[in-house]
Write a protein that binds this ligand. Structure first.
Ligand code: GLN
Length: 289
């Protein structure tokens, strides 16, 4: 712990911003690495005489800021933490930094399942940091959740996140590709949700450095047309879902119609493409028969 004056920190912030980068990222750095939340930081502006406690000294904080500016490494990876919905999740470069638009998946589900007392079994396929699965398990303590991921590090991070955030036991983690580890749950799933890798190869190659260089390719790239994994998830969903079970998948901005077709080809009904914050058909949902 280091104790400095608010004035000193505010001057430091000004100096750092002259080097480049944006205020939002710097504030996130001060929060995740310095241990001072944005709210606390903003409060200092009206109380410059105040003393503040930081987890690391300004020299070290500056070192991390410059590292971010020079290499484009996301602040979340520097701090090993990402905010998502009301959760503070551990992340590493083995998992995707959960995106704001993905938060909507949880809202779509909450809207569909208003009767919270009904017990259901849900699956989060390709859970990564555990974001979606953990949010659902916390919001619905009566539900039983299963989360899968092909990466052992991701499963470790996700289960650590769940244990750290909650003392509930309604989410279990399974190592393996998409549905594969759920062989014992065939025909028992009421709801399956996934944010799979869906970026087409060519688009992936052109992604900004901060994504391409640091985030796991395996969590982003969906083959030539981006649909490789979505196809697999939809094709096998009927073996695992109960009759009338729901499947909800996040897709790329221009894949909505194609994913809808895939759902229909696999006997899903009431298929809809739902929009994200920017009005893009980002989520496809359907009922199995
Ligand atoms: N929306 C993410 C991005 O653009 C992609 C996530 C994914 O492929 N599932 O970075």
């Amino acid at each position: 712990m280091v104790i400095i004056s608010a004035k000193k920190l505010l001057m430091w912030e000004k100096k750092q911003l002259l080097k480049g980068g944006d205020k939002k990222s710097l504030n996130l750095l001060i929060d995740l690495l310095g241990g001072l939340s944005k709210k606390e930081f903003n409060f200092l502006k009206i109380k410059p005489e105040k003393k503040v406690e930081l987890k690391i000294n300004l020299e070290l904080l500056e070192y991390f800021w410059e590292k971010h500016l020079n290499s484009s490494i996301p602040i979340q990876y520097l701090g090993g933490i990402s905010y998502w919905r009301d959760l503070k999740l551990e992340v590493s470069s083995k998992v995707l930094i959960p995106r704001p638009e993905t938060e909507i998946l949880v809202d779509i589900i909450s809207e569909r399942f208003k009767n919270k007392s009904k017990k259901i079994t849900f699956v989060d396929l390709g859970t990564g940091s555990g974001a979606i699965g953990i949010a659902l398990a916390l919001l619905n303590p009566k539900w039983d959740g299963l989360a899968t991921d092909i990466d052992k590090n991701a499963i470790e991070i996700a289960s650590r996140n769940f244990t750290k955030i909650s003392n509930q036991s309604n989410l279990k983690f399974y190592l393996g590709n998409w549905w594969n580890p759920l062989i014992n749950f065939k025909g028992e799933i009421d709801l399956a949700v996934a944010n799979p890798p869906y970026i087409p190869l060519k688009t992936y190659e052109e992604l900004p450095k901060e994504v391409k260089k640091f985030e796991p390719r395996i969590a982003l790239m969906g083959g030539e047309d981006g649909l490789e994994h979505i196809k697999e998830i939809v094709r096998y969903a009927p073996s695992y879902l109960k009759e009338k079970g729901l499947l909800l998948i996040e897709n790329h901005f221009d894949q909505g119609d194609r994913v809808k077709e895939l759902f229909l080809e696999n006997k899903f009904t009431s298929v809809k493409v739902l929009k994200d914050f920017s009005g893009i058909g980002r989520f496809t949902i359907g009922r199995y028969k």
